[in-house]
Ligand binder design. Structure first.
Ligand code: FES
Length: 147
């Protein structure tokens, strides 16, 4: 069901933890399952992501996608980090089962929320970044129809 890369990142997640006095912190919830993700970013004066950590109350797929996503944004510029979509993360992990795709949104949304926090604190605008939603509603409508 899961690729070797997913299992590796689930069993040995990279960048778990928190950063004290982080440049930006983002917390998002997944409306579909109620799981929560928090991402901490340490961004230097050249807008390079020096360090990144995550914490989650999420499933194995959320852990694996966050581990991979944090690896993909570390050392990158803010604009490069904006290109790390959940799709890019899933590709880097050799795919996820369709029912687990919503889990991969947590990391992307939490990174965006942390970047938003950073931008607000520094009074800057990040191209293409939208104000984060407090919840991810992907798939919710389809779920409601079932009742
Ligand atoms: Fe909630 Fe995967 S089931 S993040």
């Amino acid at each position: 069901m899961y690729s070797e890369k997913v299992m590796d990142h689930f069993e040995h997640p990279r960048n778990v933890g928190e950063i004290e006095n982080a440049s930006g912190v983002g917390t998002v919830g997944n409306a579909k399952c109620g799981d929560i993700m928090r991402i901490y970013l340490d961004i230097d004066e050249n807008q390079i992501i020096r360090d990144v950590k995550f914490k989650t109350f999420g499933c194995g797929a959320a852990v694996a996608t966050s581990s991979m996503a944090t690896e993909m944004v570390k050392g990158k510029t803010i604009q490069e980090a904006m290109e790390v979509t959940n799709k890019a993360v899933m590709e880097a992990l050799d795919g996820l089962p369709p029912v687990k795709v919503h889990c991969s949104l947590l990391a992307e949304e939490a990174i965006h929320a942390a970047l938003w926090d950073y931008a607000e604190k520094h009074d800057i605008k990040i191209e293409g970044l939208e104000k984060p939603k407090s919840d991810i509603h992907e798939g919710e409508e389809a779920e409601e129809e079932e009742y």
